[in-house]
Design a protein around this ligand. Structure first.
Ligand SMILES: *Cc1c(COP(=O)(O)O)cnc(C)c1O
Length: 231
């Protein structure tokens, strides 16, 4: 039963919160359903799970069109500007904004589709991995400042995909760096920017991420099992 696996993750989140004196209600578990069939999403939805993560625009479109009850879709993967139009009015949060150009394009599509405001996170690449999307931490201030001037996007926080490591403790420093960056940005008091969401932590390392301040963890494998990309 998927709900049992989901509840297991929730329990680990609660325990991590307890270790550091946080309120577990601050943390949302996003069930990352990419590559998994709609029936699995619906099985969890029936149990009142509402937040689901996908990394492909096409997959959100398909699932959105066919699901029996509304859910909150989180776009967690890289977004190409030419695909924004397909999802701008369908997603609850875009986690993966890593350029001014992309934010401007979202702003434009939002206006076209009569979406007042699209909530976004700024993706940061703390480990400077070449293979990953995301801004260098030192560029984030300028980008946040520029994006904050846009009318139809609203920065709600930061996101990162930490490196895949054997020992999740190795990622603690990156999680801590993201929390600190969010505090530094908050202290700048940019208009139209809030830093209430920190999206970090996956199956391998979400407990450490919660200990370091994550408010959203994106968990796929621990809930849905291994993915098969060849189907
Ligand atoms: C696939 C994916 C996840 C979930 O990964 P798991 O290791 O299966 O929990 C989280 N975040 C992003 C950006 C992903 O692409």
């Amino acid at each position: 039963m998927l709900i049992e696996r989901y509840n297991e993750v929730k329990k680990h989140v609660e325990e991590a919160c307890k270790r550091v004196g946080r309120d577990p209600r601050e943390v949302t578990v996003i069930a990352v359903s990419k590559t998994k069939p709609l029936e699995m999403v619906e099985e969890l939805r029936k149990e009142k799970v509402l937040d689901f993560g996908e990394n492909k625009v096409q997959e959100i479109r398909d699932k959105y069109a066919n699901i029996s009850w509304p859910v909150r879709w989180h776009l967690i993967g890289h977004l190409q500007t030419n695909k924004i139009k397909y999802i701008v009015d369908k997603v609850a949060l875009i986690h993966s904004v890593d350029s001014i150009k992309l934010a401007q394009a979202i702003d434009k599509e939002a206006a076209k589709h009569d979406v007042k405001e699209v909530p976004i996170l700024i993706q940061v690449n703390f480990a400077h991995e070449d293979t990953k999307f995301g801004l260098n931490p030192e560029d984030v201030f300028d980008v946040v400042k520029e994006i904050s001037a846009l009318e139809h996007v609203k920065i709600k926080g930061l996101m990162q995909s930490a490196p895949f490591v054997d020992d999740p403790e190795d990622n603690r420093k990156y999680f801590r760096a993201m929390k600190q960056l969010s505090v530094d940005i908050n202290n700048k008091n940019f208009d139209n920017v809030d830093m209430s969401i920190l999206s970090m932590g996956m199956t391998n390392d979400y407990e450490i991420a919660v200990e370091e301040g994550a408010t959203m963890v994106r968990v796929g494998t621990a809930i849905f099992g291994e993915r098969n990309y060849n189907i």
